[in-house]
Design a protein around this ligand. Structure first.
Ligand SMILES: NC(=O)c1ccc[n+]([C@@H]2O[C@H](COP(=O)([O-])OP(=O)(O)OC[C@H]3O[C@@H](n4cnc5c(N)ncnc54)[C@H](O)[C@@H]3O)[C@@H](O)[C@H]2O)c1
Length: 290
């Protein structure tokens, strides 16, 4: 089996920077690639904060944190670093044309025995693999937000993914300090499918006047023992992302995923959640900032 030392992360946004941090903390040499130098500068600052937090919480000792931080390089040169990579994790926006373009380039530049993982939340690793000449090496590696804190990586095999690719991916995830489940591809995998359904149902309840967002969230948190109610989670994930996921699941799995008209209205109003300051809750006054 390929000895994995160099991990390349494609996309330095919310997820990519958390993935780069976890890979470096796990002992890999990491190259974080993005098309934007501004994003890379922000990523570097945020990653420094992740390491500082880990040291303060006694998760990493200071010397190890310094070494791991220094093991991350930031680049806008795809070809050069892709050639050296043993394992690539893609975290670019959830749009197939962008992912396709990235995987076609990775296919050209990476070595023959590289493994290529996508952090897609809902898309098909089988389709993404088909844009490369090595679909047996392509797999989905679904991390959760915020990556430094969330334990699970949902590993999803495409139709052509080989056993050794799945085994190597599990090993990489564990080395990054994560727990794994390995599942077969079907739209939405396990977690996005279930979470989309619960999130959508919460909007139906709100539309029907069953309760306020606070009451519905509280009922789900305390009665069903969810750590976070569906509206708080939706505002964190982004209501536009939630809507896009539901549209995809509606198209692929049918009626039960038809997006709530109220969710659509929030997105039309640009109330997308924490990232725009307002979603179901209002974050501009600071009172919901937990
Ligand atoms: N945000 C979440 O909660 C979450 C959770 C699990 C999975 N995901 C998945 O992770 C992926 C990334 O999501 P995100 O929330 O980090 O998005 P994001 O918008 O925060 O980051 C995407 C980054 O990709 C960069 N980018 C765009 N085109 C690029 C290209 N061609 N090459 C390299 N970089 C490029 C952008 O500059 C941006 O920095 C998506 O597939 C998403 O579905 C997101």
């Amino acid at each position: 089996m390929l000895n994995i030392e160099n991990v390349m992360v494609i996309g330095g946004g919310i997820m990519g920077r958390g993935i780069a941090y976890a890979a470096a903390a796990g002992g890999y040499r990491v190259s974080l690639y993005d098309i934007s130098t501004d994003v890379l500068n922000q990523a570097e600052a945020e990653i420094a904060g992740f390491f500082q937090g880990a040291v303060q919480r006694n998760k990493l000792d200071a010397a190890k944190a310094e070494r791991a931080k220094a093991a991350i390089t930031y680049t806008t040169a795809l070809e050069e670093d892709a050639k050296k990579a043993d394992f690539v994790i893609e975290a670019v926006p959830e749009k197939m044309d962008i992912k396709r373009n990235v995987f076609e380039q990775l296919d050209r530049y990476t070595k023959a025995d590289v493994m290529l993982a996508t952090n897609t939340s809902t898309m098909s690793p089988t389709e993404i693999g088909s844009y490369t000449s090595k679909p047996e090496k392509v797999i989905a590696m679904h991390f959760f937000n915020p990556v430094p804190k969330m334990k699970l990586v949902e590993i999803v095999r495409g139709l052509e993914t080989k056993d050794e690719t799945a085994a190597a991916t599990e090993k990489v995830a564990r080395q990054m300090g994560k727990e794994t489940v390995v599942v077969n591809e079907f739209p939405g995998f396990v977690t996005s499918r279930m979470s989309s359904l619960v999130g959508n149902e919460a909007f139906h309840m709100l539309m029907e006047g069953v309760g306020t967002p606070e009451e519905i969230d509280r009922a789900i948190e305390l009665g069903l023992n969810y750590p976070m109610g569906p509206f708080k989670l939706g505002d964190l994930v982004g209501l536009d992302t939630r809507l896009r996921n539901l549209e995809y699941l509606h198209e692929t799995l049918g009626e039960r995923f038809r997006p709530s008209p109220l969710l659509r209205k929030y997105v039309q109003a640009n109330r997308l959640g924490r990232k725009t300051g307002k979603g179901v809750y209002d974050y501009t006054k600071g009172e919901n900032d937990t």
